[in-house]
Design a binder for this molecule. Structure first.
Ligand code: FAD
Length: 639
């Protein structure tokens, strides 16, 4: 591809994880010529790492499961801040998306009578996660890739060109959304990682499916691709982000050895019977069941253990509380001096299941610990602690169509989109989210593109994107004043980890904002050596713009939300405040279209939950979350 070559498409999908691939399949199936771009190799997206499964109320393992129960669990998990219509669509449509995957060739684990097996996970009332051992994401991506290849073969039969209707541009990074003179999407500006060449793909519709932001934090389960690109691309194009203060710290990441700190230990370990103990051997989660969940969780070890064999004979073990609760409990135990030698707690399956069952149900975990930590999980406990895992906040989207707010032609789906999970995501609800909203984004982007006028991105915008991408080579500074991207990245990660991490304080978040402002200033003097052919230092320099913007969004929103809820825990504001339930915080850039110098916040009211959905809950439970005003309005709606 020549320098700044241009190509025309109908729909461009940025990202080839579960959301991007499902979106691309749908857009192509609706007749849109679709281009998919991804930063890494095709098939290497973060989704591949997903372990535990896909949540869908198929009722295979427990006949009582329904979409309504799934909806309820999702809202409880998100502490009622979820965009309720997304949670409803998600719960209703997830089973169909899983069955569809099976018809496309996915090989799920089976129940003894041959149906798709479903396993327990935190916050889900019934066993709900369809899975393939602990390698579910790999099977999901393999299946979607296979579907894409089959569509390309169909296109070859009709046009003689495999890539006429659907083409994947791998190892290509998008650095800007381009718009026309009317503020509508007109395409994307990208570079090839290997050659460093620039190119422009033009299309009236762009779907962001770029995943999360974990690489802004020091300890994370996330892969190198998670630098918040889609979040920043949306912001810079003028689309706001919603509720960025909500970052999920998964309770169980590896804590040892240091080189693998943060790597995920799947929740399936607890779903399949694993228990958490402190250095005194106490199964401490019984001490941390919060008031809102008291009725739903076991009060004793005996009751909890009965539940694994017969869910009707006892309540769920507290190890299966939503992730935010378990992460905070582990943090508190370590802080109280009851942690393991390497600063975590113990997670034990070895005394709970026979070795061959552990190796069969948790093969990746068995190998992960054996190879990385020389620990045999069939014989000894793992040491685990919280790790930055998932961002609930994201691009603000319309629940039905995945269209962003205020930028015609721009859509977002998957982890990059906000709203669906409220203040805390339940395990398994991401893979189903990718499929449900990936499909919806593809459907609506194709529909939009079919009716949209074709317009060219302005020459000035293309030239500006090119200059911005080249800036690290001819930065303002040289010699001692030059800044190294690796140093800045490290400092940002440390700042986010220490000052906007799992437990937050006002003074620390304010300090984080000051440090981020200084880092942004220093980022103007970023300088990289060498040339544009595969140059990781240059790539990181470009990613830093995104991580700094996203870091500021998280810190600013976290400072503004003066309560604790879900993934946002403040030591100085420990309670969940009902008044905050009806508030969403939107982030916008101060200088829209510029290089992202700063973020401003806007408060908007959440949409009242539809009355028939509220009727799925007991009034006493609603009273824990909703304001009097909301409760009265809900009751009036039901009369
Ligand atoms: P991804 O799969 O990350 O795809 C993002 C894509 O965007 C990639 O192709 C990337 O290259 C591309 N991209 C990014 N930036 C750019 C750019 N600037 N230009 C071009 N391309 C770009 N969830 C569950 O529901 N169940 C589980 O069992 C589960 N297990 C997990 C285990 C681990 C270890 C981790 C880390 C997460 C797990 N999750 C799980 C969460 C889930 O995997 C992710 O939330 C989900 O895969 C995100 O999918 P996505 O399609 O949004 O993004």
């Amino acid at each position: 591809m020549t320098d700044t070559e241009r190509q025309q498409w109908d729909v461009i999908v940025v990202g080839a994880g579960g959301a991007g691939l499902r979106a691309a399949i749908e857009a192509r199936a609706r007749g849109a010529r679709t281009a998919v771009l991804c930063k890494s190799l095709f098939g290497k997206a973060h989704t591949v790492m997903a372990e535990g499964g896909i949540a869908a109320a198929m009722a295979n393992a427990n006949p009582h499961d329904t979409w309504q129960t799934h909806f309820r669990d999702t809202l409880r998990g998100g502490k009622f801040l979820n965009q309720w219509r997304m949670a409803e669509l998600h719960a209703r449509e997830a089973p169909e998306r899983v069955w569809e995957l099976e018809t496309w060739g996915a090989l799920f684990d089976r129940t003894p009578d041959g149906r798709i097996s479903q396993r327990n996970f935190g916050g889900h009332e019934y066993p709900r996660l369809a899975h393939v051992g602990d390698r579910t994401g790999l099977e999901l991506i393999r299946t979607l890739q296979q579907k894409i290849v089959s569509l390309q073969q169909e296109d070859f039969r009709t046009t003689g060109d495999h890539e006429s209707g659907l083409r994947v541009f791998q190892e290509c990074t998008v650095t800007r959304i381009l718009k026309d003179g009317f503020g509508r999407v007109a395409g994307v500006f990208c570079y090839e990682r290997e050659s460093g060449r620039f190119f422009v793909l033009q299309a009236p519709a762009v779907i962001l499916a770029t995943g999360g932001i974990g690489k802004s934090f020091k300890v994370t389960s996330n892969s190198w691709e998670y630098t918040g690109d889609g979040h920043a691309l949306a912001l810079l194009a003028g689309a706001p982000l919603v509720n960025m203060e909500f970052v999920q710290f998964h309770p169980t990441g590896m804590v040892w050895p240091p080189s693998v700190k943060g790597i995920l230990v799947t929740e399936s370990v607890r779903g399949d019977g694993g228990v958490l103990r402190n250095s005194e051997g106490r199964r401490f989660m019984f001490d941390y069941v919060p008031e809102v969940f008291k009725e739903k969780y076991a009060q004793s070890e005996e009751e909890a253990d009965r539940w694994y064999d017969d869910p009707d004979a006892g309540r769920r073990p507290p190890e299966l509380l939503p992730r935010d609760e378990v992460a905070r409990a582990i943090n508190a135990e370590v802080k109280a001096g009851r942690g393991s030698p390497h600063g975590g707690v113990y997670l034990d399956v070895s005394t709970r299941m026979p070795a061959e069952v552990i190796r069969r149900r948790l093969p990746s975990m068995y190998h992960q610990f054996k190879e990385l930590a020389d620990v045999d999980i069939t014989a000894e406990a793992m040491e685990v602690g919280p790790t930055c895992h998932y961002v609930m906040g994201g691009v603000s989207v319309d629940s039905e169509t995945a269209a962003t707010v205020g930028v015609p032609g721009l859509f977002a789906a998957g982890e990059v989109a906000g709203g669906m999970h409220g203040s805390n995501r339940l395990g398994g609800n991401s893979l189903s989210d990718l499929l449900v909203f990936g499909r919806r984004a593809g459907l609506h982007a194709a529909g939009y593109a079919a009716g949209a006028a074709r317009s060219e991105p302005g020459e000035e915008a293309v030239a500006a994107a090119r200059a911005e991408a080249l800036a690290p080579f001819d930065g303002e500074a040289s010699g001692a004043a030059a800044e190294n991207p690796y140093t800045l990245h490290q400092e940002l990660q440390q700042t986010m980890n220490d000052l906007v991490g799992i437990i937050r304080r006002e003074s620390e978040m304010a300090e984080a904002l000051e440090r981020i402002a200084r880092l942004r200033e220093r980022a103007r003097r970023l300088a990289v050596e060498g040339h544009r052919q595969f140059n990781p230092g240059w790539h990181l320099a470009l990613d830093l713009r995104n991580m700094l913007l996203v870091g500021e969004c998280v810190a600013r929103a976290a400072l503004a939300r003066t309560e604790s809820r879900g993934g946002h825990t403040r030591e100085d504001r420990p309670r969940m405040e009902r008044a905050w339930r009806s508030v969403n915080l939107l982030c916008r850039t101060v200088d829209e279209g510029g290089s992202g110098g700063g973020v401003r916040l806007e408060r908007v009211r959440t949409e009242p939950v539809r009355a028939d959905l509220l009727a799925l809950f007991e009034r006493e439970e609603l009273a824990k979350y909703l304001s009097e005003e909301e409760l009265d309005a809900a009751e009036a709606g039901l009369e």
